[in-house]
Write a protein that binds this ligand. Structure first.
Ligand code: ADP
Ligand code: ZN
Length: 726
């Protein structure tokens, strides 16, 4: 009987999917599902999770419900299933009412084997009613880590899945994820009430991937150098913001790299084209926010670069995992600066206290990963609850080891601190106790009376944190799963306290003091006398366009830009974009009319256009400007920027205005929102919308603006110009 079943499985695998063998745990998992047991699968990306529910769905009576968070992925899977002759359908918000009804009918008729459902559709009342009538074989929950706020893409709707399933009757569940720390794993099992489920966990180790963390210094130069060394190979560069994606993609293009941007803010046609170009190798490098890569499966991505620090180690591992799927080498490089971490912290400012704390802990894990000099692979696997004893030899810390030191006494001190504080505290407090910090918190627990207090007062807090983290990696300590952050002793730790032994530790990398980021610069445009006739024509065109669009003329183009046009006669979009003060956005919005006027003018007057008069690049910016742009990106308050650069607020605003007027978007909302309430902002907005010019003197003398300081008016002018003119 058993043998028979085995044969059925194997022959279905071959017949339907064309594979001769099961991979890893697949067969065991499939049998477990078919036996009607709850099953929990943790398997790295690409290992073949889908098969674990697809095959049992075919064999079982009724329809298998597959809950999956990504509509794009859903469609992909349904297409793939249909292509091998399996009737699979999906229910999600992209369907019309008629299509939805057809899917439901077909399901009730027993024709559908797999029904993919988005979590938000699952929770809809009429869908629940429909599912109650269907004959369901089992429920598969894909990307199950979405249930946990300790993972990297928490979906609140996922938390309701269990209660819905309960309404449908007693159904076996298979939950699957490619990423789960012990904490996340516990969350999933608790939330789905499947603590007793059979767990199948594969190793997360990706032997063919090389991990490296580099200080974020001259990072653009490093980027170009790396990419040129890997010419013709496919790579992904992850950035944090859409803006950064655009900037880096443009920077690479200017430097003759076949690169394209990808982020959620792009028009979907462009996004799809860029993705296809990458898949078809028209483009070598895709520069993306993490929105990219979820649904694609390009086997030969040779490198993944994190230009910005990711928000969690889970996210990082997932993203690096997109390289080397074919089993050949993949390089995973991350640029790290402590500044990036503070920036991420600021992003969380508006979240609830709980969410903020969670996010902070995830970030701290990221920091310690980056700063540690311990084998990267050991750290990563440990993070996901796997031990890895050796050094891997395939990461920066293994290839270029930092000097190590004898750490027996240090580890002992660290463990004693944990023990004497009754295993109830987190890393930073433990560090404080060891260092003998004189804080209220320490005193409130009377920890200054402990024997271990102040024992390590010759070392820094950072040093002790690093020792404690290494004690974790050596499994002398373990993270308490119910009290996030709290460290407890393991049996091995207790043993060490009784019988201390030699142990080598490493000092962390020091990424402070990186200095300022330099950018490769190119020549600025020379200024020239201009063609006054054309200039006048362009001005009148500007008036007309402004009127049509309902903006003041200065929003369209500033005079210096028109003068430059009247000097270089740009007759294509590319040429127009080279004009100072003209960004891509402006070319898109207003460019064609100007190009046409110039073309006509050039033809009429038989002018030779000098397209090579000037070359403006995307990196035509001075150091101070770059500093300001970076700082604003990091949401640094303007007072602080001014102070750091030792310039007055006024000079800072001057610089910012220059940046805006030369076509770079700067978002100062974080700062403006602090100094001006909504009403005042609206007021000043209104003024600039209707003003004849953007002159500050005019604005100040306007009766309407009596209540505002020059600084406030200038800030709002910057916001206004940045939003409308660029
Ligand atoms: P995951 O969801 O774990 O990231 P997928 O389910 O997308 O992985 O599977 C990854 C690839 O492995 C797919 O192309 C799939 O067809 C293939 N695959 C799955 N099972 C097998 C098998 N037993 N033999 C060969 N290839 C397999
Ligand atoms: Zn290593």
């Amino acid at each position: 009987m058993l043998l028979e079943k085995e044969d059925v499985l194997k022959s279905k695998l071959k017949e339907v999917f064309g594979y001769a063998q099961f991979r890893g745990n697949q067969e065991k998992i499939i049998r477990n599902v078919l036996a009607g047991n709850n099953t929990f699968v943790i398997m790295p990306t690409g290992a073949g999770k889908s098969m674990c529910y697809q095959l049992p769905a075919l064999i079982s009576e009724g329809v298998a419900i597959v809950i999956s968070p990504l509509i794009a992925l859903m469609k992909n899977q349904v297409d793939q299933m249909n292509a091998v002759g399996v009737n699979a359908k999906f229910l999600n918000s992209t369907l019309t009412k008629t299509e939805m009804n057809r899917v439901k009918q077909e399901t009730l008729d027993g024709k559908v084997k797999l029904l993919y459902v988005a979590p938000e559709s699952l929770t809809k009342e009429d869908n629940v009613t429909f599912l109650k009538d269907a004959t369901i074989s089992f429920v598969a929950i894909d990307e199950a880590h979405c249930i946990s706020e300790w993972g990297h893409d928490f979906r609140p709707e996922y938390r309701r899945i269990r209660s819905i399933i309960n309404q449908l009757g007693e159904l076996p569940i298979i939950a699957l994820t490619a990423t789960a720390t012990p904490k996340v794993q516990q969350d999933i099992q608790k939330n789905l009430q499947m603590e007793a489920a059979d767990l199948y966990k594969s190793s997360f180790n990706r032997e063919n991937l090389y991990y490296e963390v580099r200080p974020k210094q001259n990072s653009k130069k490093q980027l170009i150098k790396f990419i040129k060394e890997h010419k013709g190979e496919s790579g992904i560069i992850y950035c944090l913001s859409r803006k950064k994606v655009e900037e880096i993609a443009e920077f690479l293009q200017v430097n003759d790299v076949k690169a394209a941007p990808y982020h959620a803010g792009l028009d979907s046609n462009i996004r799809e084209k860029n993705q296809d170009d990458f898949l078809n190798e028209e483009v070598d490098v895709i520069v993306a926010t993490i929105a990219f890569g979820m649904g694609i499966d390009k086997p030969d991505v040779r490198y993944v670069i994190h230009y910005n620090v990711p928000k969690s180690v889970e996210g990082y591992y997932q993203e690096t995992g997109r390289s080397g799927r074919d089993g050949l080498d993949g390089k995973c490089i991350m640029f790290y600066s402590p500044g990036d971490i503070s920036k991420l912290e600021k992003f969380n400012k508006d979240k609830s206290v709980q969410e903020r704390e969670n996010a902070l802990i995830l970030l701290q894990e990221m920091t310690s990963y980056a700063e540690s000099a311990v084998c990267r692979r050991k750290q990563l696997l440990h993070y996901f609850g796997e031990s890895f004893d050796d050094n891997c030899g395939n990461c920066d810390n293994c290839v270029r080891p930092k000097e190590s030191f004898e750490g027996e006494d240090h580890i002992l001190t660290a463990l004693m601190a944990v023990k004497q504080t009754d295993e109830r505290f987190a890393i930073s407090h433990l560090g404080d106790v060891i260092r003998g910090a004189d804080t209220q918190y320490v005193k409130s627990y009377k920890h200054h009376e402990l024997e271990v207090y102040g024992k390590g007062n010759t070392e820094t807090a950072e040093f002790w944190k690093s020792v404690l983290r290494q004690a974790l990696l050596h499994e002398f300590l373990i993270k308490d799963i119910d009290n996030i952050g709290v460290l407890k002793l393991t049996g091995k730790g207790d043993e060490f306290i009784l019988n201390p032994a030699n142990i080598r530790l490493t000092k962390d990398h020091d990424y402070n003091d990186l200095g300022e980021e330099e950018e490769p610069e190119k020549q600025a445009a020379p200024s020239k006398a201009y063609d006054e006739n054309l200039f006048e024509q362009l001005k009148s065109l500007r008036r007309q366009v402004a009127k049509d669009k309902g903006f003041p003329p200065y929003v369209i183009f500033q005079d210096p830009s028109l003068q430059e046009m009247a000097t270089t006669y740009p007759t294509t979009r590319e040429e127009l974009e080279r004009v100072s003060g003209v960004g891509k956005g402006k070319v898109e919005k207003f460019g064609d009319a100007f190009i046409n006027t110039i073309k006509e003018y050039v033809e009429e007057n038989e002018i030779m256009t000098a397209t090579d008069v000037l070359i403006k690049t995307s990196v035509n910016k001075s150091k101070l400007k770059i500093y300001i742009i970076n700082q604003v990106d990091q949401l640094t308050d303007l007072e602080e920027i001014a102070e750091n650069q030792d310039i007055s607020m006024e000079s800072l605003l001057n610089e910012i205005e220059n940046i805006i007027y030369s076509g770079t978007k700067l978002n100062l909302d974080y700062y403006i929102d602090q100094v001006l309430d909504d009403e005042k902002q609206d007021d000043l907005y209104e003024y600039f919308m209707n003003a004849e010019s953007d002159d500050i003197g005019d604005a100040l003398s306007d009766e309407y603006n009596q209540d505002y300081s020059e600084e406030e008016i200038r800030l709002m002018r910057i916001k206004f110009m940045s939003e409308y003119a660029n």
